[in-house]
Design a protein around this ligand. Structure first.
Ligand SMILES: CC(C)(COP(=O)(O)OP(=O)(O)OC[C@H]1O[C@@H](n2cnc3c(N)ncnc32)[C@H](O)[C@@H]1OP(=O)(O)O)[C@@H](O)C(=O)NCCC(=O)NCCS
Length: 200
């Protein structure tokens, strides 16, 4: 049977300032509004440094977000949030699948997270397990455990041997021509022009 809900969902990486603002707006509604988180705890100084924001779209509407932070040999998933009226439709499932796929393509072998105790069961359904021999900890009024998930980078994972023309494409969108691929048209056009001038 065709999954109509999943078909109308997609996930993109926030690559422009307006899309970063979009991700922050959704988090404002969910964490500041619904969960009444203090502003400085929600916007913690980690949104613009070593981080990517994924946005889930239902048709033209941004409905969910997830922040990935990139460390040397692990990535960390954070700030998973879906607008209340779009919950229980698998939005987070798709966001997490895409986050894991993106991190693996970037070459990561491990993703960690901090899970509220009552959400551990849910994160297990995303393949995470509670990290052993690590103490529970507390912040923002909740008790947390560390969770982790192993990743297997695909054969075309990004490495220092990746084709430089692929490496300079928009991050996470490495399989389609980017602006620098299109810049080659200028080279071809000017080479064609030069040839025509020489022939004239
Ligand atoms: C946690 C959160 C991100 C989940 O987003 P979501 O898009 O609703 O996630 P999913 O649809 O993948 O699954 C959520 C639940 O719906 C269930 N579900 C999913 N599709 C379903 C369906 N078609 N029918 C019935 N249940 C369904 C899942 O099993 C899961 O169950 P649970 O809540 O009992 O564990 C969302 O509830 C949220 O934004 N909460 C507020 C912010 C927050 O707490 N973030 C997490 C911080 S650790």
């Amino acid at each position: 049977m065709k999954n109509v809900i999943a078909d109308s969902l997609k996930v993109t990486v926030a690559r422009t300032l307006d899309q970063v603002v979009m991700a922050m707006t959704l988090r404002g509604v969910i964490y500041l509004g619904e969960q009444q988180a203090p502003y400085t705890e929600e916007y913690d100084g980690n949104d613009l440094v070593g981080a990517s924001h994924l946005i889930a779209w239902k048709d033209e509407e941004p409905v969910g977000v997830l922040r990935l932070r990139w460390f040397a040999d692990f990535a960390k998933v954070e700030r998973a949030a879906v607008l209340e009226r779009y919950r229980r439709d698998g939005v987070m499932r798709l966001l997490m699948q895409e986050a894991l796929r993106y991190a693996a393509r970037r070459g990561y072998r491990k993703v960690i997270g901090h899970a509220q105790l009552n959400r551990v069961k849910y994160w297990r359904t995303h393949g995470f397990r509670v990290r052993e021999d690590r103490p529970h900890f507390f912040f923002s009024d909740y008790e947390y455990v560390e969770i982790e998930r192993k990743l297997v980078p695909p054969a075309n994972a990004i490495t220092d041997a990746t084709d430089p023309m692929v490496l300079i494409r928009p991050d996470g969108d490495w399989d389609r021509p980017g602006p620098f691929d299109r810049s080659l048209e200028r080279l071809q056009n000017s080479a064609g022009k030069k040839k025509a001038e020489e022939a004239a």
